[in-house]
Design a binder for this molecule. Structure first.
Ligand code: SER
Length: 324
């Protein structure tokens, strides 16, 4: 249809920018992007709207004008900021997500389509004992203490309900969600997250700067690199619905400790050093999140298969441009 679009919220954030790049390089999609900040590059976007997902006037206008085939709802307040500013987090993470659910449900009423809705969830939905090393599957330990984890879990459940049962008028969405581990990207930086120590460390090393780490050297979380994250989003969104046994999937690739990261970096950049200035709140968050997660459901149902493990992530992605 002529006025069919895909809508990306949080378009100027890390995942947003990389996803828009992907769509413009590989697939041509008519993208409407919304964010409170301007994206670095607008050339691949059909229409950029500088505004908030809390502004229902903006969303109503999009609803009136377009057929929204897919929504990628990437706007969020990440875990560290959410803990520091719970009110803002509640507004963006809960109310904002609810506004986009309502937009998708309105599309079902107005255009008689079931909008595909991608929601990035997180390992923050888990709350495990410190140093718990058994890979955690989707239905275990979902009892988050952090504000961010609670918000993600709440929105997951709302999304599942709208997918399975619809709203009070039986309008539905096609809800698909990935619980991301930490993501490492070489062309962007996260802000306000807790897994940020890894990308921060790597970006410092590449710039020949030392790094002051806010968690201890034993801290360990699961990670993937951005190209795998983007591929995962595209894969789950293009898999036929009947193959998806669940709405929510873990994905992971490697789980190094801070010390493992340091050693890997120093193999290439032996001068690189870190010191530790522990932020107790942030370290507490890391300690609640699993060291390892189990992603066999994603592997089975939609053929998730990360291209990069720890070694190839560094050799073929992170350090790739250093030689040039
Ligand atoms: N990477 C995010 C954060 O640290 C978790 O999803 O907040």
């Amino acid at each position: 249809m002529k006025n069919s679009i895909i809508l990306i919220s949080g378009a100027s954030g890390e995942i947003g920018e990389n996803l828009i790049d992907y769509f413009s390089n590989i697939e041509k999609r008519k993208i409407i992007a919304i964010d409170i900040n301007k994206p670095k590059n607008q050339s691949n976007i059909f229409k950029f709207i500088k505004g908030s997902i809390l502004n229902t006037e903006i969303l109503n206008k999009i609803n009136e004008e377009y057929v929204i085939e897919e929504i990628y709802h990437l706007a969020a307040v990440l875990s560290t900021t959410a803990e520091q500013n719970k009110k803002l987090a509640q507004n963006v993470n809960i109310d904002g997500t609810n506004n986009l659910f309502n937009l998708a449900l309105s599309q079902n009423l107005k255009n008689n389509i079931i909008t595909k809705f991608f929601f990035p969830s997180s390992i923050a939905v888990y709350n495990v004992k410190k140093n718990y090393t058994i890979p955690v599957s989707e239905n275990k330990f979902c009892n988050p203490k952090t504000t961010y984890g609670q918000h993600k879990l709440f929105c997951e459940n709302l999304g599942i309900a709208f997918d399975k049962y619809g709203n009070n008028q039986n309008f539905k969405i096609d809800f698909r969600s990935i619980r991301f581990p930490g993501i490492i990207s070489i062309n962007s930086m996260p802000s306000g997250g807790t897994s940020d120590y890894a990308p921060e460390m790597i970006h410092s090393a590449i710039k020949n700067k030392n790094y002051s780490c806010f968690v201890s050297e034993k801290s360990r979380l699961p990670f993937i690199v951005m190209p795998d994250a983007i591929e995962a989003i595209v894969k789950i969104m293009t898999t036929p619905k009947k193959k998806l046994k669940n709405n929510i999937y873990n994905i992971t690739s490697f789980s190094p400790s801070v010390k493992d990261f340091l050693k890997t970096i120093q193999k290439k950049l032996p001068e690189f050093k870190i010191n530790y200035v522990i932020d107790k709140m942030r370290e507490d968050i890391v300690n609640q999140w699993p060291n390892f997660i189990d992603d066999k459901n994603a592997k089975n149902d939609w053929k998730w298969n990360p291209k990069y493990d720890l070694e190839s992530a560094f050799n073929n992605y992170i350090f790739k441009n250093l030689e040039n």
